[in-house]
Design a protein around this ligand. Structure first.
Ligand code: IFM
Length: 434
């Protein structure tokens, strides 16, 4: 928490480098690490910092519009995969620019920030424009493909797993783009209903046409999501299961991380994951998948994941807790928490792994305590690892501060600040009062 708090920009013009302020790795660049790993921490601890981090994204919206244009798209904005001033700084496009999911990650982060804070002023002043421009980009990038039942397909992209590149219909990307389009449509409708003049001004500013809204909804409703009926798992992308599984048995320990020992073109031929991809989508869009589905996907993808990225183990810890693998959850958590203390990735000399540090917080709050939010309701499914006596933390949610304390005798929730609130504890509704 110290690293996160001290590393974050707070002026709306700066953000959080992947290595915090601790080293030269990644040249101080900002990535999706902020929106998907660090902003969740700030949302529940210092939402004013989340707002500033998102304002930074608004500040580089013009550069992102230019980038979309440069890539050949007349409408919308494409955020840079890695950047400081908004210009794309990734030198290797298959694992850089092709990670278009950054647009959906930013939109998702706006949605989550809004859910926690209900900060309408932010949405009107900054959020809506970013949402409209990112939604527009998906419409330009993808298309309705006849051979796929006229579903909306997004081809030639790279998902979060950087060991598979330039594929059609990456499951994570399509699920998150769907969410981006759906939420943007809802925000546009809400603005038209409640703030018509502001909506009109914004539409004029960005030349938004009325039929674009319907296209967003149609593309979201018709989004293609790759699923394998035989294995009953979500496929990481259209062609992922057609590949051989990487030969893990004959890969010596010293050949990890794979990216420094094998050519990318070799790695891309196989089923092998550097980090959570489909499993991450199932954490983020949790309520959309059954527990059995999450378990099947967890089993499949865990077996082929190397965790060569520091963004991986925290997500596997959280999802292991959810599907009932508590021992695995604990082991992944300990590696997450100790990553830079023990130099587990072998590169702490280049700086700490800031997203992983946020992942440590998430590992306790979303992992062991099972915190989720859905439809504006906060829920917990607390679990205490055998080796622990207790753990406790505070969360901010909708202008309340709640203390959660999990110990050998059970769980205690205390409303420290704000009005009474209904929460869910292991499936049971309870009201927290002062
Ligand atoms: O953003 C990450 C990416 O997901 C994996 N490689 C490192 C980047 C920076 O942390």
């Amino acid at each position: 928490m110290f690293h996160l708090l001290q590393s974050s920009g707070r002026d709306g013009k700066t953000n959080i480098p992947a290595k915090g302020l601790s080293g030269e790795g990644y040249e101080g660049h900002y990535f999706w690490d902020t929106e998907m790993y660090m902003i969740p921490f700030f949302n529940n601890n210092s939402p004013n910092v989340s707002r500033k981090l998102l304002e930074y994204r608004f500040g580089i919206l013009d550069k992102s519009r230019q980038r979309a244009l440069q890539m050949g798209y007349k409408k919308g904005a494409l955020y840079a995969w890695r950047t400081i001033n908004g210009d794309e700084c990734s030198a290797y496009y298959p694992a850089g620019t092709a990670q278009y999911h950054i647009n959906a990650d930013i939109a998702f982060s706006i949605k989550k920030y809004m859910e926690v804070t209900e900060d309408k002023e932010f949405l009107i002043q900054f959020g809506a424009e970013m949402l409209f421009e990112t939604a527009r980009f998906w419409i330009q990038l993808g298309g309705f493909v006849e051979r796929k039942g006229n579903k909306f397909c997004i081809n030639c992209v790279t998902g979060p797993n950087e060991y598979t590149a330039m594929v059609n219909n990456n499951c994570y990307t399509n699920l998150m783009a769907k969410e981006n389009l759906k939420y943007t449509y809802e925000v546009a409708v809400w603005m038209k209903d409640s703030y018509l003049e502001v909506y009109k001004d914004l539409s004029k500013k960005i030349n938004l046409e009325e039929n674009e809204l319907f296209l967003w909804k149609r593309a979201a409703d018709q989004m293609f999501i790759p699923y394998d009926e035989k294995l009953k798992i979500y496929m990481q992308d259209d062609s992922f299961l057609n590949k051989e599984v990487w030969d893990f048995k004959n890969t010596p320990k010293e050949n990890y991380p794979l990216l420094v020992h094998y050519h990318p073109l070799t790695i891309y031929k196989y089923q092998v994951c550097k980090q959570a991809d489909t499993v991450l989508a199932e954490f983020l869009l949790n309520h959309k998948f059954s527990k059995e589905q999450k378990k099947r996907d967890y089993d499949y993808y865990e077996a082929i994941t190397t965790h060569d990225s520091s963004l991986s183990m925290c997500i596997f810890s959280i999802m292991a807790n959810e599907v009932g693998y508590h021992k695995k959850a604990y082991n992944y958590f300990m590696k997450t928490a100790r990553m830079d203390l023990d130099n587990i990735q072998g590169n702490t000399k280049d700086g700490i792994h800031a997203a992983n540090m946020a992942g440590t917080w998430m590992g306790i709050v979303n992992g062991f305590a099972g915190m989720r939010t859905h439809d504006g309701v906060l829920s917990f499914t607390p679990y205490l690892p055998d080796k622990w006596e207790a753990y406790s933390f505070k969360v901010n949610y909708k202008n309340r501060t709640i203390n959660v304390n999990v110990n050998k005798t059970g769980v205690e929730y205390k409303l420290l600040y704000g009005a009474n609130i209904l929460i869910i504890d292991s499936g049971n509704k309870i009201e927290l009062t002062k």
